[in-house]
Design a protein. Sequence first.
Length: 151
Amino acid sequence: MIICENGEMAGTYKAYLQTEHWKLLRDEMLMRAKHCCRHCGVSIDIKPLAIHHKTYDHLGYERMDELVVLCWHCHCIEHHENPYLNASKHIAKHDEIPSEEYAISFARISQGAGLSTRKMVNRMKDTGIKKNDLIGMCRLIVEMIDEREAK
């Protein structure tokens, strides 16, 4: 159970991120960072931003120096994840209309995943996925990665 400074309670971390306490803290962090990533400087207008916990020791009572504003790319790197695979999985999972950023990043997704362009194109033809269907391509990449990892 996470108990916040203001008395709110949350049973899970995910529920904690929905508390009024966290929303106010998040807004304060974004304002202090001028709505820019603290690692690369990109603004919220270009990439979504996240508040990264440097430690989870004081959930509900975080100090400002325990948090940092990061773009999705830098946040993935901070968690030792491949940001391009993360974007691909995010699109495939949430069925969102992709932003221009994801479209620009798509060419790097298959490269970052170690998938050959020829295999991707052949698989797209086999499954009927069109070139402009980014969500379909991302689902295909996730599927091909899962197949490779299962071997």
